[in-house]
Write a protein that binds this ligand. Sequence first.
Ligand SMILES: Nc1ncnc2c1ncn2[C@@H]1O[C@H](COP(=O)(O)OP(=O)(O)OP(=O)(O)O)[C@@H](O)[C@H]1O
Length: 186
Amino acid sequence: MVRRSCVVILNGVGSVGKSSAARAFQELTERPFLHVAMDDFIGMLPPRLLGHPDGLAFVPEIADGYPAMAIRGGPVMGRLMHGMRHAVAALAGQGNDLIVDDVMLDAADARAYRALLAGCDVRLVGLFAPLEVLEERERARGDRAIGLARWQYGRVHRNMDYDLELDTAGMTPVQVAQGIRDAFAL
Ligand SMILES: Nc1ncnc2c1ncn2[C@@H]1O[C@H](COP(=O)(O)OP(=O)(O)OP(=O)(O)O)[C@@H](O)[C@H]1O
């Protein structure tokens, strides 16, 4: 019989620290959690579809008087994201424990995960930080379009039904990972 897997899903604005927390979590837990990163799936797109309306386009706009970077996913990106969530379910269905880092712009995506992962222990975690902290991290990274965090800020957590919420400001990635491990006794 296939073992029942645990799937921890991290949702949060870009630069909130999902990947860093996921990597720290892998080190902390005895169970072998696989890290599934949305960025790795986006990396599968043909490069020409980055910045293209069929793929993943970034559209500068002004939000509350500040520059923001809107994300527009086209049909190829839509299929890719559906495929990613089914791939997560396929991995979990074979008994793999997973920590998934995702940016969900619609609570329907979280409901889809819960439906696809009905036979698993799903733990949906919202990672938060004040916008000024996110923008500072965004600037410091140097490889992220400025304004992504601002645009996602009011959207990513809308109507989400989390099992755990953590504010990553003032916490190291290891502390965030410990918070997740302790909350769910993993
Ligand atoms: N808890 C933290 N405290 C301070 N800095 C952090 C923390 N977590 C992450 N960072 C820093 O913030 C930046 C973004 O981190 P990370 O890649 O983990 O975020 P992310 O949420 O996965 O971002 P994205 O969705 O854009 O890939 C990195 O430079 C990282 O070192």
